[in-house]
Design a protein around this ligand. Structure first.
Ligand SMILES: [Zn+2]
Length: 276
């Protein structure tokens, strides 16, 4: 089993301020889309296990030492940290994609081999200038006990790069490019077709039986099956609508969380969703 750790840098708009575009978009929101696409794509391969060490809801900015401790405790085989760059906080012509390994690179040959498998694919996916593979002393590269890389897909304050970063199709390609690089690095095998057909397109998830009546209404309306959360953790899904509880432990390209502090508030959210 190959164990992969993903880390979308920083946190979302409700957490401590991370880097932002000059228009105020949070870096995490770009990193998150890349990580989701990468994790989803990797599920097409055999024998992989994945862990995400940032807060996938974007509500908190998980401290770096917590992220790297989790990766070390999980005994990960590789660590992938996804970021987007900033130079001066106002739009300029600077541009490009770069990938970092712990410095000096010569002492981290496996990280370098991983970076070299991923970086050219990421450059192609972003369609931006190739700034190369570089070495730096970053916490997540230094404190991880496994090969680790940190990608900077583009500059949030570049008038060129921001256009790509606001295009979800580009960020999806970037995630898939990283996943393909990982597959190449480990020599992963694609799953057989029958296994891939196991993929669920859209599903409704319930955490508690109390939410079942509302899930059932959604199920009829959206023509999608209902799964208990436990079952869905084992399945590969493109889109999830979660009724009650949290999205912790679930991965999909698109997640809609319809959840309140009690089942009445959850019901109200479902009703509002149905009216859309
Ligand atoms: Zn960052």
């Amino acid at each position: 089993m190959v164990k992969i750790v993903w880390d979308a840098g920083h946190g979302g708009s409700n957490s401590t301020p991370g880097k932002r575009t000059p228009d105020g978009e949070y870096e995490w929101t770009f990193n998150d889309k890349v990580v989701r696409a990468g994790m989803l794509f990797l599920r097409n391969y055999e024998n992989i296990d994945q862990l995400r060490v940032d807060d996938a809801t974007g509500k908190t900015d998980v401290p770096l030492n917590v992220r790297t401790n989790r990766a070390n405790a999980y005994n990960a085989d590789i660590y992938i940290s996804v970021h987007h760059n900033a130079l001066q906080g106002e739009y300029g012509p600077h541009s490009g994609t770069e990938t970092f390994v712990m410095t000096p690179a010569s002492e981290n040959p496996e990280s370098l081999r991983l970076a070299n498998a991923i970086h050219p694919k990421l450059v192609q996916a972003m369609g931006l200038k190739n700034r190369g593979v570089k070495a730096e002393n970053f916490h997540v590269l230094r404190e991880t006990n496994m090969p680790a890389i940190l990608t900077e897909g583009g500059f949030m304050d570049s008038s060129v790069d921001i256009v790509k970063m606001r295009d979800d199709a580009v960020l999806k390609q970037a995630g898939e490019a990283i996943a393909k690089g990982i597959a190449e690095y480990f020599g992963l095998r694609l799953m057989q077709q029958e296994q891939q057909e196991d993929m669920v397109e859209k599903a409704i998830v319930i955490n508690s039986i109390y939410d079942y009546p509302w899930a059932e209404i959604l199920s009829i309306r959206l023509k999608a099956p209902i799964y208990p959360k436990k079952v869905l953790k084992e399945k590969r899904t493109k889109e999830l609508i979660i009724v009650g509880g949290t999205s912790v432990g679930l991965e999909a390209a698109k997640i809609t969380l319809l959840s309140g502090k009690d089942r009445f508030e959850t019901a109200a959210k479902v009703q509002r969703f149905l009216k859309q």
